[in-house]
Design a protein around this ligand. Sequence first.
Ligand SMILES: C[S@@+](CC[C@H](N)C(=O)[O-])C[C@H]1O[C@@H](n2cnc3c(N)ncnc32)[C@H](O)[C@@H]1O
Length: 254
Amino acid sequence: MPWDPDKYNRFINQRSAPFFDAMALVHEKPALQAIDLGCGTGELTSHLADKHPDGSFLGIDSSPEMLRDADKYVKKNLRFEQRSIEQELALPETYDLVFSNAALQWVPDHEHLFAKLIKKVKPGGQLIAQMPAQHHNIANRLLLHLATESPFKEGMKDFKRDSPVMSLDKYATLLFTHGGTDLTVIEKIYPLEFKNVEEVYHFVGATGMIPYIEALPEALTESFINVYKQRLAEHFNSHPVFYPFRRILLSATF
Ligand SMILES: C[S@@+](CC[C@H](N)C(=O)[O-])C[C@H]1O[C@@H](n2cnc3c(N)ncnc32)[C@H](O)[C@@H]1O
């Protein structure tokens, strides 16, 4: 199941609040050279570019579906290229700002990932990342648990998406030991309100569920979705549904 920009954009307002908090951490710098890793549709990257008209912004994403309409955001100081974060990290280019909103949780092994991300930052530049604190978020935990149950466990050949997202202490220590200064390492709850539990399902369905649906044989997909919806309904049993979405914001200068 590929990424679907239409499903993703259904909750664009709820998804963009943490992006604007991450954007507020960007230090002003003339002619800022920046990269947005896992830029998705490019819509939020274009806000970054608009805030720094004399800068130069590159958005990269591995999903052709998400980048489908990114051309409409291309401007003098903003362009997009399709490649993975892993491919980007193998390239020699460095940036004043290495930025990533809601994407690094898809890349494994954060100890090594962050060491490589920091190498992409020019001296005096900044690394900023925003990610969901997946170990705490109930929708992720329910998915992870369901994947360990029969018949899904067998159907998915023991596939389970353990989150690579680490604790705040670990990120702070990692940034510091790699020479980071002016650290911001915080968690914030974004209060999401959904009309009903079906909406919570669609919210998670557009992101966290994707690898599970990809791993499941088609014959089990419908029952996996039904049981998942049932579990969500057991947990979120009042209307409207309040979902305290916990996210991590990181920034450091190198
Ligand atoms: C939740 S979306 C966030 C998109 C955008 N940053 C935003 O805030 O709207 C996650 C994005 O990460 C991309 N992604 C996931 N794994 C990736 C990887 N290894 N390399 C590049 N992009 C990746 C997906 O294609 C998707 O567009």
